[in-house]
Design a protein around this ligand. Structure first.
Ligand code: UT7
Length: 334
């Protein structure tokens, strides 16, 4: 008998209404539409403004509403809620418990997963392991961030890149090997703290006047270091997962990379020798919403995905964390 594993049976997504374009960014820091377009590939990004809503669970609720339009499920049947985010509503309680309650998933346990931009591939591995254990049959995975709350709009190294957005996927048990999550690779390297971090607000530098005055509650990065590692690690993770699943580049229907910089995406596609027509890219309009980028691509491309399509996801982020997922899409477009 085939082994039980997880399959994505529904996807939803949401980006906030406010469009922060490069012209507006250029009024905040010394940059230009031309520089951002050429060096990052972002034209505009979405930002959650308080007059629309507050917190990542606001975006999660909207993403779930979008999933529900397409996929019928009983919230009481959801057994676990995994929420990949670095920007929960509060340090405690976790965002997963809040969204589970608000969505009527009251039989589920919920927890947040911190893996920065790699959150979605991490959460899929966790959800897949829960289901493969045989103990759980339905797991809801949310993945997204409101990076605008930790972005310094005086720092041109970061503010043109970061954005807000959230996706959600429903994972269900299957024994059909022609669909589902078939493999995953995860890595982390904690020796990279200096390269990508937010110093304030944790247990080393809890919030006080000093941390606020020193602008420690914003993400800082050494862009060049992050850039190089991201290209190497995402390419290597994809190559490894393809090799050990006997996948040629022609077998793969779609590559879905984390959307951090168009030049990183181009370089990964180049190393894998995969044509850009097979690579999902929406960075130009949504920027980098951290854990949100990959599910937002799946959400946007859902109508083009067919049952059995072989898809490689890959991400890289703070930690450093990185990884890749190999899955076969679970359903045809409706
Ligand atoms: O998902 C989270 C992880 N983050 C990432 O994956 C980000 C990875 N890194 C990057 O995307 C890029 O490194 C950045 C977009 C952050 C920077 O691009 P870069 O091509 O690496 O620029 P650079 O730091 O090498 O700077 C090149 C030049 C410098 O000027 P000089 O010294 O050559 O005169 C910078 O001062 O570009 C300048 N510069 C800018 N100019 C206009 C840097 N940022 C900007 C800017 N606008 N926003």
């Amino acid at each position: 008998m085939s082994k039980v594993h997880a399959v994505i049976t529904g996807v939803g997504g949401y980006v906030p209404k406010y469009v922060l374009n490069n012209a507006e960014i250029s009024t905040l820091v010394d940059t230009s539409d031309e520089w951002i377009t050429k060096r990052i590939g972002v034209k505009e990004r979405r930002i959650l403004k308080p007059d629309e809503g507050k917190g990542i669970t606001y975006l999660a609720e909207k993403a779930l509403e979008n999933l529900k339009i397409k996929k019928d499920f009983d919230p009481l049947e959801i057994e676990a809620v995994v929420f990949a985010t670095s920007t929960p509503d509060y340090i405690l309680p976790n965002a997963a418990s809040l969204i589970a309650y608000r969505a009527g998933m009251t039989k589920a346990f919920g927890f947040d997963l911190g893996a920065a931009c790699s959150g979605f591939v991490y959460a899929l591995e966790v959800g897949q392991a829960f289901i493969a254990s045989g103990k759980y049959k339905k797991v809801m995975v949310f993945s997204g961030d409101t990076l605008s709350v930790v972005t310094d709009y005086q720092d041109r190294n970061t503010c043109p890149i970061f954005a807000d957005g959230c996706g959600v996927v429903l994972l269900e048990a299957t024994t059909d090997e022609e669909i589902g999550i078939l493999d995953g690779i995860l890595h982390s390297d904690g020796n990279s703290l200096e390269s990508l971090h937010m110093w304030g607000g944790g247990s080393v530098n809890p919030a006080d006047h000093e941390t606020v005055n020193q602008r420690m509650h914003f993400i800082r990065q050494d862009g060049k270091v992050v850039f190089k590692r991201a290209v190497t690690e995402m390419s290597d993770a994809c190559e490894t997962i393809m090799k050990r699943n006997n996948l040629s580049k022609d077998d793969v229907k779609w590559v879905v990379p984390h959307q951090a910089n168009m030049r990183i995406i181009d370089a990964v596609a180049d190393r894998l020798d995969v044509p850009m027509e097979k690579v999902m890219v929406n960075i130009e309009k949504y920027g980098n919403s951290s854990a949100g980028t990959i599910p937002l691509c799946l959400w946007e491309w859902e109508h083009k995905l067919h049952k059995g399509d072989k898809i490689i996801l890959t991400a890289f982020g703070a930690g450093f964390t990185w990884g890749a997922t190999y899955l076969k899409w679970g359903y045809d477009p409706t």
